[in-house]
Design a protein around this ligand. Sequence first.
Ligand SMILES: C[S@@+](CC[C@H](N)C(=O)[O-])C[C@H]1O[C@@H](n2cnc3c(N)ncnc32)[C@H](O)[C@@H]1O
Length: 284
Amino acid sequence: MRKDTPSKTARKVALNIVTLGAKPGMDKVLPAGIVESTAELLVASGAVGATAVRWSRSPRMVSLYKAFDWMMPGQFEAFAHRKAFCERQVRQGIAGGARQVLVLGAGYDTIGWRLSPEFADVNFFEIDHPATASLKAKGIDTMGPRDNLHLISEDLGKRKLVDVLKADDSWDSAKRTVIVAEGLLMYLTAEAVRDLFKQCAAIVGPGSRIAFTYIGTGADGRPDVGRWTGLVLWILKVTGEPWLWSIQPEKLGQFLKDSGWADAPELLGTSDKRGVEFLGVATR
Ligand SMILES: C[S@@+](CC[C@H](N)C(=O)[O-])C[C@H]1O[C@@H](n2cnc3c(N)ncnc32)[C@H](O)[C@@H]1O
């Protein structure tokens, strides 16, 4: 992943959410307030201009996304299901006693900003690479900072998550926590993913959960997104954010066990695959 410029894929996910807001029927899937807050954040952060956001909300853009859905079948709508899944995990975790939420590689995600006023006794943390986190911080500043929303600007490839959080007075490693790793793991090496799960296990209290998305491995050993896998992987590579990690769903349980977590498919509350991505939940 290119480290000098703000993440293009984070911007793409956010614009996709804005466009999904213009697609009939998606209001039943998308979390409340996500479209408006994402549009506001994109402009306030300077990630995109107001005109681009206006365009993204147009029926024409919905048609354009639909026209390109052949490349990664179902992925356009999948972003809405992915956001809904993460929000359900966070809400259920909080209902079950979690008092910390940590969003890894948060990009322009607005869950922390939207839910922090509703759950004043929960501390929300977000971490992203400085190139993206600095824009996000600017946007959140304009939209209205929250006392219980902590934005952390850090390159997790350079500094370990455990060290980052141990140095943060607001973080409590004994607390029940919900961790979200949405659209992140595929950009890390296998070694980095295993290490990240282990570190996550070390910084949370009993009863915590981690919600994540991942790409399945195909018969040829590559991340599998269907018929156009070669083309998609090539585009991701040349745009500077290649996919490096995938796993066969049947091997996930053992992988999680080896990394200090227990696979908890019973907590999914939805199908385990949306578009080309699998959804996962593990507990500790
Ligand atoms: C595809 S985006 C997903 C954004 C968000 N989770 C979502 O789904 O809307 C991946 C995010 O991971 C962040 N990221 C990638 N490598 C990172 C690193 N080494 N340290 C911190 N953040 C990183 C990127 O900056 C980007 O915001």
